[in-house]
Ligand binder design. Sequence first.
Ligand SMILES: [Zn+2]
Length: 221
Amino acid sequence: MKFYWIKTHWLVKTLFSGFTWSFATSEKVVYLTFDDGPIPEITDWTLAILAKYNAKATFFCIGENIQQHPELFKSVQKAGHSIGNHTYNHMNGWHTTNDVYQLNIEMCADVIRELSPNSAEKQKLFRPPYGKLTWKQYKFLKEKNYKVIMWDILSADFDTNISPEKCAENVLKNIQPGSIIIFHDSIKASRNLKHVLPQTLAYLQENGYKMKAIELAPEPK
Ligand SMILES: [Zn+2]
């Protein structure tokens, strides 16, 4: 079994303090994030349920998917969610040369810019696929004024070996003000997502949380 942390360890947060893991706030607000879309098979469903709960979120999109589904991408933005770059081909930074990786980031940025010329600059958010990035790749992102957004709660919705109930437990027992929660709007994660997301939204609403899109304004913890 592959190892991963559900709740990001404080030591990891400290070691990689240049990344944003969560936001410092006492206000009841959480940041839901969705990686790997947009794809019609699941993103439409995700948008509908977020709207039902009046929740805003951040979508870390794969450039190739944006290019294939531009209308869907635009509807994500129209609904008031923010957009982040997740590379053009879902690259693993540890297994990719820096030049190729940087080019792949730029390719994704180009597609985003093409479809949303007004908001591309203020949404310079990046999430590395698999959470893997080399120091040089990070430096490149910093020079380009990207904010690297990680997470402090991993739903593990992508893990088809865990039950949807376990996935919901991963999220619900770890939520706190300022949390960044990672989900996936991908086909692989859809079985778990369709269970965990409605439960999470209901829990957050009942407990008085606001669900906001990540913009560049809040300062990281
Ligand atoms: Zn991803």
